[in-house]
Design a protein. Structure first.
Length: 144
């Protein structure tokens, strides 16, 4: 199983809102870029709004960033769209056989390893900003 695609869609939405800042970023416009239904976009925008990352008002078309690009980390987006709960990116299977030495010890052995791996990934996400993403896209597309 992989991390929810809400994470990449959230980053996509925020980057497109910034790149389209002189236009109106409606859910239909954003959905066309993501290639999904506008309802999906509205749901994720609601999550981003609740996290204080975007401004959007019911009945008024368009969304805009609520913070500067450099103030929005990928970790902020990750948390905003409820990708996973704390220390639950990886899960250990339930009910291993306690009669087996591996079954008896697997959860206590790999649980802390999984926690360390998640914390390391989250540290990387905290070091990357939406500004990094937009700059890379702009470079690839010669948008300045």
């Amino acid at each position: 199983m992989s991390i929810s695609s809400r994470f990449s869609v959230g980053i996509h939405i925020l980057a497109l809102i910034e790149i389209n800042k002189n236009g109106i970023s409606t859910s239909e416009f954003l959905a066309a870029s993501v290639n999904t239904n506008p309802v999906v976009i509205r749901k994720i925008i609601g999550m981003l709004k609740n996290a204080g990352l975007v401004k959007a008002r019911p009945g008024i078309a368009g969304a805009e960033l609520a913070k500067e690009l450099s103030d929005i980390t990928l970790f902020d987006v990750y948390k905003a769209v409820n990708v996973v709960q704390e220390k639950e990116l990886f899960t250990v299977h339930d009910n291993p056989n306690p009669e087996c030495p591996v079954g008896r010890n697997i959860q206590k052995t790999i649980g802390p390893l999984f926690t360390s791996a998640q914390l390391a990934m989250e540290k990387v996400l905290k070091s990357l900003t939406l500004e990094d993403v937009v700059k890379d896209i702009s470079t690839k597309e010669n948008i300045c």
